[in-house]
Design a protein around this ligand. Structure first.
Ligand SMILES: [Ca+2]
Length: 447
């Protein structure tokens, strides 16, 4: 049983700035100078740059658009995304605050934990570490059964660092798959791998790490034999999934028959969007394009987009409290490493919660074992297309337009792939969501 930390549940001590301007307020002059120099340097790059969304800017490494789709046609295509206004309902807040301390009573039915595979890049941004902590605590609370964690970054230290965090969080039995050799994604260095590994240096060396492809097959075969469905959640690159879906009909059928929902952290509403997880390098572009087009139609795909964690010009963040109250916790240590590496991202409320938000939603939504816990979000049917350059396009339109973009969208829809976008409802502010994420992150703090 996990000790609860009610003092951490409420966000009174969290400093939340009203907008992105808060980032600037929190920066020191030296950081501002650093960013100015960085922007000057990057302005000379020829490839499209990732917006200021995490510590890594990147440039296109040469993935070319197919001849049939000119960049001009893509950028001129209209985007019709329905973005509803929030619908504040005062009663919801009271109801949800009860959920924070909600526990089953003896009269209620007890459901088996939902099986989950978590597939993470776990190398650049500290939000992967927060996301894994949330999944670990959901596992310990009996909401999910974490069957495997996959590393989608091609470096032997990545699965070892994941292993260290699982050990700290008390999940020594969870197997870890290393980035599949069938479709590897080379990555640059991580700011936090070494420090996480130093928590359990010998234990992580003694562990065997199967290829993620083999581990996917193994978990899905077990699910098949036990009549279980698995929810697959990605917070990074899609190369492991691409290998699984492309390699054999057997792997595709296992995926089709034994996965209920696929949650993908990624996608931007801009037209086109250039998401880090899709566009990082040539391997990730190929993988994102392939997965988008080849997920079996029986598996519902939910893209948790950048918009999902953006609210009124600001971002949902998490991790600020654990940095303050448990600086020796691995999550807090990873934060220090990350903010040292990317000082322009430092913020009192922690990091933008792209990955944690997706994991939190994926574990609680449509999961009977979550009881009355709710995310107060809803899904909007959308069509998603990720082209070979990694650029993503979203549309509510089913019919093609008179240009190449929407022909490609129709192609995507005809292949049976359809997508859902995660959306908010209920609140004007996002502090409630930050409290929820921090609650699960802080649950792992040792007394
Ligand atoms: Ca990630």
């Amino acid at each position: 049983m996990v000790a609860h930390n009610p003092a951490f549940v409420k966000g009174d001590f969290i400093l939340i700035f009203p907008s992105e301007l808060g980032i600037m307020h929190s920066m020191k002059k030296r950081s501002v100078l650093f960013i100015c120099i960085l922007l000057l340097l990057l302005s000379g790059c020829s490839g499209p740059l990732k917006p200021l969304t995490d510590g890594f800017s990147f440039r296109d490494d040469g993935g070319e658009l197919p001849d049939a789709v000119s960049p001009t046609a893509l950028t001129s295509a209209p985007t019709e995304i329905f973005i509803p206004e929030p619908d504040p309902t005062p009663e919801i807040r009271e109801e949800v605050e009860e959920n924070e301390i909600y526990r089953y009573t003896e009269e209620e039915p007890v459901y088996e934990p939902m099986w989950v595979i978590l597939d993470m890049d776990y190398f650049s941004d500290v939000d992967d570490v927060c996301a894994l902590r949330i999944a670990d605590m959901m596992h310990r609370e009996g909401i999910i059964s974490l069957r495997a964690v996959m590393a989608s970054s091609d470096d032997p230290r990545c699965p070892k660092a994941i292993r260290a965090q699982l050990l700290y969080d008390g999940l020594s039995e969870v197997p870890i798959g290393k980035n599949t050799e069938r479709d590897p994604v080379p990555v640059s260095d991580s700011p936090y791998w070494e420090d996480l590994i130093s928590f359990y240096p010998s234990e992580v060396e003694d562990t065997s790490y199967p290829d993620a492809y083999d581990l996917y097959l193994s978990v899905l075969e077990e699910a098949s034999s036990e009549g279980k469905k698995v929810r697959v959640i990605t917070t990074g690159f899609l190369n492991n999934l691409a290998a699984l879906l492309s390699d054999t009909e057997y792997g595709r059928e296992l995926f089709r028959n034994n996965v209920d929902d696929l949650y993908i952290t990624g996608g931007e509403l801009s037209d086109p969007g250039h998401d880090f997880n899709f566009c990082y390098n040539r391997a990730t572009k190929n993988a994102a394009n392939y997965v988008c087009d080849h997920v079996p139609p029986e598996v519902r795909t939910i893209y948790s987009t950048y918009y999902s964690v953006e609210r009124k010009g600001g971002w949902i963040r998490c991790g600020g409290p654990i940095r303050e109250y448990a600086p020796s916790d691995p999550v807090a240590v990873a934060f220090e490493d990350y903010f040292r590496y990317a000082p322009h991202m430092a913020h009192a409320s922690g990091q933008i919660a792209w990955d944690p938000f997706c994991v939190w939603c994926a574990c609680l939504n449509d999961n009977p074992a979550a009881g009355k816990r709710t995310t107060h979000t809803y899904l909007q049917p959308l069509y998603m297309y990720i082209d070979p350059s990694g650029a993503n396009y979203l549309s509510t339109e089913r019919e093609p337009r008179n240009d190449n973009t929407w022909v490609l969208l129709r192609h995507s829809a005809e292949s049976g792939h359809w997508s859902l976008l995660y959306r908010f409802s209920g609140f004007d502010d996002f502090s409630w969501y930050e409290d929820q994420l921090n609650y699960w992150i802080n649950l792992g703090i040792r007394p």
